[in-house]
Design a protein around this ligand. Structure first.
Ligand code: PLP
Length: 383
């Protein structure tokens, strides 16, 4: 039976970053992380109602949204947060950059697992800091932290770990035990952690659940800046509404000091959409997750049958991290574009053996992408 997620929506001529990247209409854009799904009706209705008011002046954070986030943390993670701990931000990348500046000086070292979403590597550089990347290790198809390597990399001038959970790329959902070990290490070495949990509502693997690092306990909570947003889950990234949860008053002060006069407040439509998402979006998201899981299962089955390609389980996110090294391509990004599929180059994430495919779209497009990829790779095999 067709689902609402199968419905084609034309995104051309909407200034969509994703759909306008390629001048060529024959390239399926499967790169940047937004989906092609309509936002849930609750969000569209909340926005329409707000727009019909007709006045769009400076805006406070709506109390209803603060309440919704506090309740959500309690309900989903038994994490009791206070209103003061919330810092609203126009984007998570902005939060990563503020975290570097709030916790260290130019010259300090920032640690981050790798491969990773590119701003994890650029944020330290933009703050005049050094970035130390620590390769994730693959154990039984699950990418996990190499805690020994992490500990070995910690020096006196290492102040911050930029952490991504669920991990982008690859979709690892870190297990509670791993997080507890990480927390122990962080406390032992007095590190701060900026934990980017933007994909926390997109866990596809049944039986797994998100665990915020900071929610493990007040001690680790005091070392954490947690970043979250409804943007990936509800396809409202263009509305710029995210938040940091910072338990420690001094750390929060340092973070806020960095933003003063530079980082704008969240705009009122971003707040409005976030209210719609967190008040009424959960059932819609359950359906979205079922749909994404089918896309994922199909991709894993099909991609692994194509000579030269390998795809491990994607536990969370709608981003498949495909090992293309077996295909021995000179320029993988160009090769797949010429095949009619626009992917994100693994090089940008720190591993050029991979390409990232965004499957947050109609199943029909996923099937078509697989067809094109298969055809192109089979054609270039020696006869
Ligand atoms: C891990 C991660 N953090 C942050 C972002 C972007 O956040 P924002 O658009 O709010 O700056 C993305 C987008 O793909 C992401 O995957």
């Amino acid at each position: 039976m067709a689902s609402e997620f199968d419905r084609p929506v034309d995104r051309k001529n909407t200034s969509s970053l994703k759909w306008e990247k390629y001048g060529d209409p024959d390239i399926l854009p499967m790169w940047v992380a937004d989906t092609d799904f309509l936002s849930p009706p609750a969000i569209q209705e909340a926005l329409q109602e707000r727009i019909s008011h007709g006045i769009f002046g400076y805006t406070n954070t709506p109390d209803e949204l603060t309440r919704l986030v506090i309740d959500r943390m309690e309900r989903l993670y038994q994490w009791h947060i206070e209103q003061d701990w919330l810092v609203w931000l126009p984007g998570l990348v902005c939060g990563l950059n503020l975290a570097c500046r709030a916790t260290g000086q130019p010259g300090d070292r920032v640690l981050t697992p790798s491969p990773v979403y590119p701003p994890f590597m650029s944020a330290p550089h933009l703050a005049g800091q050094q970035v130390v990347t620590l390769p994730l290790k693959n154990s039984n198809g699950h990418n996990s932290l190499d805690l020994e390597a992490l500990e070995a990399a910690i020096t006196a001038d290492s102040k911050l770990l930029l952490f991504c959970n669920p991990h982008n790329p690859g979709g690892t959902v870190y297990r509670r035990e791993e997080l507890e070990q990480l927390a122990a290490l962080v406390l032992k070495h007095d590190l701060y952690v900026c934990s980017d949990e933007i994909h926390c509502d997109l866990i596809l693997e049944q039986g797994l659940a998100h665990q915020p690092l900071a929610a493990l306990g007040p001690e680790i909570g005091a070392r954490c800046i947690t970043l979250m947003a409804p943007s990936k889950t509800f396809n409202i990234a263009g509305l710029g509404c995210s938040f940091a949860i910072i338990q420690d008053r001094q750390l929060r002060k340092q973070f806020n000091n960095q933003r003063k006069g530079i980082v704008p407040d969240v705009n009122l439509l971003g707040y409005t959409a976030a209210i719609g998402a967190y008040r009424d979006g959960d059932e819609w998201n359950r359906q979205q997750i079922d749909y994404l899981r089918q896309n994922r299962d199909y991709l894993i089955r099909e991609i692994n049958q194509i000579p030269g390609l390998k795809l491990e389980k994607v536990e969370a996110t709608y981003l498949a991290w495909i090992d293309v090294s077996g295909a021995k391509l000179e320029n993988p990004a160009r090769f797949f574009e010429q095949a009619g599929v626009g992917l994100s180059p693994g090089r940008d994430f720190g591993d050029d053996r991979f390409m990232r495919l965004n499957f947050g779209c109609r199943f029909e497009l996923v099937e078509e992408a697989v067809r094109r990829i298969r055809r192109a790779l089979l054609n270039q095999l020696p006869a």
